[in-house]
Ligand binder design. Structure first.
Ligand SMILES: Nc1ncnc2c1ncn2[C@@H]1O[C@H](COP(=O)(O)OP(=O)(O)O)[C@@H](O)[C@H]1O
Ligand SMILES: [Mg+2]
Length: 286
């Protein structure tokens, strides 16, 4: 039998990030001094292949969301290149980004702020289809609701009538509506009640399998990434300090920062019970 890992390596990367830098100007505090900058990304490179589940882990503020926004062309790199399915998106105008808007979808941390409270769930889920000029049939919406484990009548209700976990299911259904090939999830369970985190993680994992998606999954918590991803990149202060197969990085971390993350890792059980790696790092700053 052929090794599926070798097959995967033979394919061109779906996402190729090369030397991406992102500086943000900080508000100028003095007319005499140059405007200070925040170096959010300091030269990030990575490759994600079709069907891979790629994790990005690192503490809050290390640049994870900035990197995702640049991959999704929601923000622009100061320098460097991003290729998605072979196309350099870094300098494309919005009107040329249609292929990306259809094929790459995002799920964010906080479903309450990413769902319009005045819209019914069925319209929320159909919105990306409508925006892209596709017919949004009631049947497709029901199919999506079922795929994320919600009942068909959920479509008639509004976001505030659901729990946090259910709202994240709605965000996932909306992301899947245009049948994307790439799903990007930015801390999708961090804002959820600990009791529902595992369910939502398993849902994402199952859907990625069933629909053959390429996943980029970001978390500040290595135990959560380990649960979902084949490969992981560890970010620290705007740089990737280490990357590899999740099991290898976890079993034999090379970079001191990764060692700290791993030694502080709670078991999944503890993570699901509410203690995060970040909490533990705070407890023990050695
Ligand atoms: N739009 C922005 N303007 C200015 N600074 C920003 C902006 N977005 C992010 N930053 C800064 O860039 C750094 C990385 O932020 P972010 O990518 O959100 O980190 P993470 O997602 O890992 O928590 C932080 O110092 C943050 O304050
Ligand atoms: Mg973030």
């Amino acid at each position: 039998m052929r090794d599926p890992k070798l097959d995967q390596l033979a394919q061109a990367p779906v996402i190729q990030v090369t030397n991406v830098v992102r500086d943000y100007p900080r508000p100028r505090t003095s007319l005499l001094q140059a405007a200070p900058v925040v170096h959010a990304l300091r030269g990030v490179s990575l490759e994600v292949r079709a069907g891979e589940r790629f994790g990005i882990v690192g503490e809050s503020g290390c640049g994870k969301s900035t990197l995702l926004r640049i991959i999704a062309a929601l923000d622009r790199a100061t320098s460097g290149r991003v290729l998605v399915e072979g196309t350099d998106i870094t300098r494309l105008p919005e009107r040329r980004l249609r292929f990306l808007r259809e094929n790459l979808q995002l799920v964010f941390q906080d479903p309450m702020s990413s769902l319009d409270p005045r819209m019914r769930v069925r319209d929320i889920i159909a919105e990306p289809l409508v925006v892209q000029g596709h017919p949004a049939s009631g049947e497709r919406v029901r199919e999506l609701l079922e795929a994320v484990g919600l009942s068909a009548d959920a479509g008639d209700r509004y976001p505030h009538q659901f729990s946090g976990g259910q709202r994240q299911r709605i965000s996932i259904a909306r992301a899947l509506a245009p049948r994307p090939r790439i799903l990007i999830a930015d801390e999708p369970v961090s804002a959820l009640d600990v009791s529902v985190r595992a369910q939502v993680l398993n849902l994402i994992s199952d859907l990625v399998d069933e629909l053959n998606l390429t996943l980029i999954f970001v978390s500040h918590d290595l135990s959560v990434v380990k649960h979902v991803c084949d490969r992981v990149a560890v970010m620290h202060a705007g740089e990737i300090v280490e990357s590899g197969y999740t099991g290898d990085v976890y079993a034999a971390p090379r970079h001191p920062y990764t060692r700290r993350l791993v030694s502080a890792i709670p078991t999944l059980h503890r993570a699901l019970a509410g203690t995060t790696t970040t909490d533990l790092l705070k407890e023990d700053p050695t």
